[in-house]
Design a binder for this molecule. Sequence first.
Ligand code: PMT
Length: 392
Amino acid sequence: MSDPQQFSATEFFDSQPPPPRLEEHLVAVQRFVESNLRQGRRVVLVTSGGTTVPLEHNVVRFLDNFSAGTRGAASAEHFLRSGRYAVIFLHRQHSLQPFSRHYSHSTNPFLDLLDVVDGSAAAASSHDAFTVGKGKAPEFPPPQDGHLFPPIPSMHSPPTSPRSRAVPLDGVLSQQQQGPGEDVSIQIRPQNLTPMLSLLRSYKLVQHLNLLESIPFVTVSEYLWLLRGISRVMGQTTDADGQALGRRGMYYLAAAVSDFFIPYTKMAEHKIQSGKGSLVIEMDQVPKVLKTMVDEWSNEGFIVSFKLETDPAILIPKARGALERYGHQIVVGNLLETRKHEVVFVERDGEEWLRIPADAERGAGGEVKEIEEDIIEHLVALHDGYCGGASV
Ligand code: PMT
């Protein structure tokens, strides 16, 4: 076993290969920042989700950091909603994303929001279309070729029926398909229409205004390469008057980043074989990059880091320690158990708790309030102050 190495940030980047599409992502980020600076918007980098540490180059096994990406995805959405920020969303591949998070497989499985309605009755009367069950119930075809159902066509394959068309039904856009023997439409269940329409409109608006740039990572190495690249681009990009984004940039680091990793040169090439007894893994420490980010990459941007702990007694001391060590603006502390309804803002001159009622304390019909809404409101106000009270 070789001695564990203490990597500096520079040594880390010298020894770990960059992710394959790094340059492509950075060119896109540069265009995104320039375009939003021209519109007078601020730009926030939101990091979200957990990083992995692969054990093999041909990776079969890896260690993962806890995070579903809930905090990051919700926060990105609230930054967008403020209308003042364009968001670079650096997220763990396949973790929750702004907008689509509302219809994740676990919260609102997408297919359960839709109905198949058979017969032209639904299209003939737009009011019928809102009434689930008024159309003829879909018939299930008999098994074919020994299979229960036919192969599922690819989403990207051309439409099978030339007569497939979008049918507007009192604001519902359903797809009606009429092929030989087919006269069916897909409808959004009425109770889902209003929230879905609102979500879809918001999402399309954000796309139309070019306010969201999403970039995925998987490993801790990819995360750090992208974090450095994006921060540098944000730090260096200037507007038409030659003014840097500078203080108008925000870095909201909610990702759960691994503290340990296996360096590229020490990693097994192929799947680690069993049969030799227990597996002993030695990992080196991932360099803390926050100091370098403050001093070299971010060009005075407003940096928010998160601190996750499970022991309440050490949360504030650890958050305070990070603030002193790295010299950034604010640490948002949270405990694993209570993170969805309380956080603490730790700044150099004090701390302030933010609490919302826990799920169990909410009234029966009480709307679901997300703590991220209040976190973002608080941070935007602090960012205003940091930018000298300027509204952009
Ligand atoms: O996604 P959810 O399920 O909603 O969970 C959200 C969350 C609990 C993961 C989130 O709120 C949170 O607390 N994220 C930070 C977790 C954490 O404690 O990370 P850390 O101690 O590894 O890092 C602290 C800070 O330094 C982080 O902001 C991180 O981005 C940054 N860091 C960490 C390591 C490193 N090498 N460089 C860094 O910059």
